[in-house]
Design a binder for this molecule. Structure first.
Ligand code: F3S
Length: 403
């Protein structure tokens, strides 16, 4: 790779050992992908996980004197102020979250604790080069309205990018590598945002590393549906870029989306594909112990709908709604947080479904709309029936899912 004078100075330690380590890692990544040079970034998002290795990495950089040139937003961990009052949460887990918060604060991150930063905290513009990790975030900023450019970064590579303010130029940063390479004809009926969860889970099994051009997704698809689609594409597979005609800025026509290639293969996704994947990943219906929603974090619109459904009811099961601090504040101001809490539900800010705070749910069966939630929490011994948000909320009211 050819480095500029400043990048060479970073590599050689003139900006401190922490920056040098970050640059060494990035040059290694660049060489692995045949990048020719580094390019500046203007934004980053780090998928902080609040796990031991994550804390080890950020503290190592910090102790070597690193700080972020480009302050990154970060993923959720858990809300310390709420969970420090919950007796089932262990003191060592509280300590780890406190240390993680301190380390990211000291290195210069923006502690927004959201896995949907692209909706309000960290919004790029067309063609902007950024370094985003987090499954739903990467395809959203590449493929939805913004048309920014990011590779599928890990939390660690995104943090290095935030420190050096650079990324190696390869993959989706190059316009010619962003064209669609396979056509995906959607014949399945996409009636609700939930269907996009199943669609996102079904597609990677059929396309194996290609960049899909979706034909048959309506132009008025909702932000929530696209959030769901991206989260599952990158959980069931690794699909950081796609094209939807009329939605993706680089896909105003089929020719533009494919770079005028005419020889692309087509795969078809039918209702049967969605039913098959749903049967594979969901537990059977019956009584449930809890409902977990907000993976990715719920939007205000979703929380408003949930509040309407539970208004006047007393829930039979626990109902946990994960969202950003920003959305939680709006829910309070609008009086909908109170409606949900009166019914017995909880709206949590800053928190992720894949955290040690859920120890009391181990061995129990819940309901969720998110295959990603069900997938990650198997290691926390939770089982899930997967249904739409509406069906999950009805299940919290009745204590069971019957169909
Ligand atoms: Fe967000 Fe955690 Fe799910 S980061 S997308 S709630 S696994």
């Amino acid at each position: 790779m050819v480095l500029t004078e400043e990048e060479t100075a970073m590599l050689e330690g003139e900006y401190g050992e922490g920056t040098a380590l970050a640059m060494r890692i990035q040059v290694g990544i660049g060489e692995a992908f045949d990048a020719q040079r580094m390019v500046p970034i203007s934004r980053a998002h780090v998928a902080l996980s609040n796990q031991e290795a994550d804390l080890w990495f950020v503290e190592k950089l910090l102790h070597l004197g690193a700080s972020c040139r480009v302050p990154p937003t970060v993923n959720p961990g858990f809300d310390l102020s709420y969970f420090s009052t919950v007796t089932t949460v262990k003191s060592e887990d509280l300590e780890q979250m406190a240390q993680t918060a301190q380390a990211y604060r000291n290195i210069g991150a923006i502690l927004n604790y959201s896995c949907t930063p692209y909706l309000f905290d960290n919004i790029p513009r067309l063609h902007e080069i950024v370094a985003f990790s987090e499954s739903s975030a990467t395809p959203y900023v590449n493929a939805v309205y913004y048309g920014a450019r990011t590779n599928r970064e890990s939390a660690q590579s995104a943090l290095c990018a935030a420190i050096t303010g650079r990324v190696p130029e390869y993959g989706l940063l190059l316009p010619e590598s962003r064209y669609g390479t396979i056509l995906v004809q959607i014949e399945a009926s996409l009636r609700s945002d939930f269907d996009y969860q199943l669609l996102g889970y079904a597609i990677p099994k059929k396309i194996h590393g290609e960049i899909p051009v979706f034909i048959g997704i309506p132009e008025n698809v909702t932000p929530e549906a696209l959030m769901n689609l991206g989260a599952e594409l990158n959980t069931a597979g690794a699909v950081p870029m796609y094209h939807i005609l009329g939605v993706t800025p680089e896909a105003q026509s089929l020719d533009q989306a494919t770079g005028y290639r005419k020889d692309l293969n087509t795969v078809v996704i039918t209702d049967k594909d969605l039913e098959r994947v749903h049967d594979q990943i969901s537990k059977k219906t019956g009584p449930i112990d809890f409902v977990m929603l907000g993976c990715p974090h719920l939007t205000l619109k979703q929380i408003q709908n949930i509040a309407q459904m539970v208004h006047g009811h007393k829930l039979r099961t626990e109902l946990w709604l994960n969202t950003s601090a920003h959305t939680r504040l709006l829910a309070e101001r609008l009086g909908i947080a109170q409606i949900i809490e009166e019914a017995g539900g909880h709206i949590l800010q800053d928190s992720c479904v894949d955290q040690p705070i859920w120890a009391h749910l181990a061995g129990k069966t819940g309901a969720t709309d998110s295959p990603k939630c069900a997938y990650y929490t198997t290691r926390r011994s939770m089982d899930f029936v997967i249904r739409s948000i509406e069906d999950c909320v009805t299940a919290a009211i009745k204590g069971e899912i019957s169909s």
